[in-house]
Design a protein around this ligand. Structure first.
Ligand code: NAD
Length: 509
């Protein structure tokens, strides 16, 4: 199919997508922004056409959303709500999302350029699973009985226990690469563990979060439990971070923004979890099953057009199989079909914005100037949208800009590794520490390497497998704290120690 035919399919599909009203969710009501709000255009990345406009909220809208969340959090009704009933709220939302699954998937794909089939199978499934997973947690949060060591031996006994208390109002700030999934990643644990929340999606892809607001209103959450505002990071985002009534920022996005948030949070001593960028290595050892490793390494970087924080963007290959791996990965890169996110034949959709494509393109050009060779791609794709060809850069060295900076596009930097002893130092030679994958048929080498690589997640013979039960987050510049699994309990609650003195034990002999 030609790009022109592909785009005819696109226009038809795009025109039938159901759009949200654009209203904010504040204090249980779908409302218009206050007078001062400017508008942001949602753009279809495959065509550059405007889809609709929504509010660029200022600090006044942020303030009323936070006050609604705070009032709900402090209300007797919220404080005494049975955990099972908080879980039921999430289940109700899960049912509504399920009911509107195809509609939400189409909206997400239109707004973000993500392939429709993948959005439906991965993003929407993660959203529904996330609501149910955390809904189940709501009624299973326990404190601990503490074995006490009294300092003064006297006729008194101390008994102590801990409770896990909700942190308070959560400001959830999300990026554009997994919009609805990220919204749930913040919202679901917040509600499950008794917090309330104000969500601010990325200005690049806010539409499914706005639609989620409509479904939350329909599900009948208590007023103020979940609030949704839209806007730019520098205005709405930073107003949320600075607000004294927000107790914690749960952030996913770039390392630069994460650093800004961490610094700004000091003023109000906010708690933060930061899920940030990456430059993850894909390590292919000479004994790997190349039938699996080559497509695995390609998928690790080219899925979602490389716009995945854990993308395998540095490919480190043991010398004896380097040429074979490069042949295979270049063949895959050359064959991948770019096009409309709605066309079932498309394998790579557009990047999110022209700005992002310029960034990817300029980093690739920098790489070439510094001595890298583009064996595949290295240029924009055809059409009006923000397409970029899957790119394989070889002849890279560890100090090159392309090896050190997160590109966040379909660009892999490949290195031949002559000595196995170099794998650990090469893999760890990055400011980031989000993820890594190791491809090998040798169990010993797999586990020894897994232990030595400094990353939040290490995959063996697979890549980009996330699970709600597996802790997720990064070391070094890739973030602070972990989400998912039991770690989410710690991220959204704080322990309170309660200690009681019992008198008169002597009376019983
Ligand atoms: P970004 O940092 O530009 O924006 C993320 C969010 O932060 C947006 O909602 C934005 O409006 C907001 N923001 C921007 N400036 C702000 C400020 N000063 N105060 C408060 N909020 C502000 O990131 P992006 O470009 O949308 O997303 C891509 C980045 O996200 C990549 O670096 C990627 O690696 C990272 N990411 C990380 C994970 C993870 O779990 N580790 C997951 C997905 C994406």
């Amino acid at each position: 199919m030609t790009m022109a035919e592909n785009m005819t399919t696109h226009s038809l599909a795009a025109s039938s997508v159901k759009l949200p009203s654009g209203k904010l969710l504040i204090n249980g009501e779908l409302v218009e922004p206050l007078g001062s709000a400017n508008m942001i255009h949602a753009i279809d990345p495959a065509t550059g056409h405007t889809i609709m406009s929504f509010a660029a909220c200022g600090s006044d809208d942020v303030d009323r959303a936070v006050k609604a969340a705070r009032a709900c959090f402090e209300s007797r009704a919220w404080q005494t709500m049975r955990p099972l009933d908080r879980g039921r709220l999430l289940e109700k939302l899960a049912l509504l999302v399920e009911q509107h699954r195809d509609e939400l998937a189409a909206l997400e794909s239109l707004d973000s350029g993500k392939l429709l089939a993948v959005t439906n199978a991965i993003d929407l499934q993660f959203t529904i699973d996330g609501l149910r997973y955390f809904g189940g947690w709501a009624s299973k949060i326990n404190g601990e009985y503490v074995t006490h060591n009294p300092l003064v031996p006297e006729d008194a006994i101390y008994r102590a226990y801990t409770q896990r208390r909700p942190v308070g109002v959560i400001g959830g700030i999300t990026p554009w690469n997994f919009p609805i999934g990220q919204a749930i990643q913040k919202l679901a644990p917040a509600i499950a563990f008794g917090c309330t929340v104000v969500l601010k999606p990325s200005e690049e892809s806010s539409l499914t979060t706005l639609r989620l607001g409509e479904l939350i209103a329909e599900a009948g959450f208590p007023a103020g439990a979940v609030n949704i505002i839209t806007g730019y990071g520098a205005e709405a985002g930073s107003a949320l971070v600075d607000h004294p009534q927000v107790s914690k920022i749960a952030f996913t996005g770039s390392t630069a923004t994460g650093q800004r948030i961490l610094a700004a949070s000091a003023a109000t001593m906010k708690r933060v979890t930061l899920e940030l960028g990456g430059k993850s290595p894909t390590i292919v050892l000479a004994d790997a099953d190349l039938e699996r490793a080559i497509p695995g390494a390609a998928a690790a970087i080219f899925s979602n057009s490389g716009q995945i924080c854990t993308a395998g963007s540095r490919l480190l290959v043991e010398a004896p199989v380097y040429d074979q791996v490069m042949d295979g990965i270049c063949r895959i890169a050359d064959d991948l079909q770019l096009g409309s996110q709605f066309d079932a034949a498309t394998q790579i959709g557009p990047l999110i914005s022209s700005r992002q494509r310029e960034r990817v393109s300029s980093l690739v050009e920098t790489g070439k100037k510094e001595g890298a060779t583009a064996l595949s791609g290295g240029k924009s794709g055809d059409g009006d949208g923000w397409f970029y060809r899957p790119t394989v850069l070889a002849d890279v060295s560890r100090d090159m800009t392309v090896m050190r900076e997160e590109i966040f596009g379909p660009v892999v930097c490949a290195m031949r590794v002559e000595h196995p002893a170099d794998f650990v130092s090469l893999a760890n030679d990055t400011p980031f520490g989000l993820a890594a994958s190791i491809w090998t048929s040798n169990l010993d080498r797999a586990h020894i390497l897994a232990e030595r690589i400094d990353a939040g997640t290490v995959w063996l013979n697979t890549h980009n497998i996330l699970d709600l039960a597996m802790p997720f987050g990064g070391s070094k510049m890739s973030g602070l704290g972990r989400e998912f699994g039991t770690e989410a309990v710690h991220a959204f609650t704080e322990p309170k120690a309660v200690c009681m003195r019992l008198e008169g034990a002597g009376a019983f002999g």
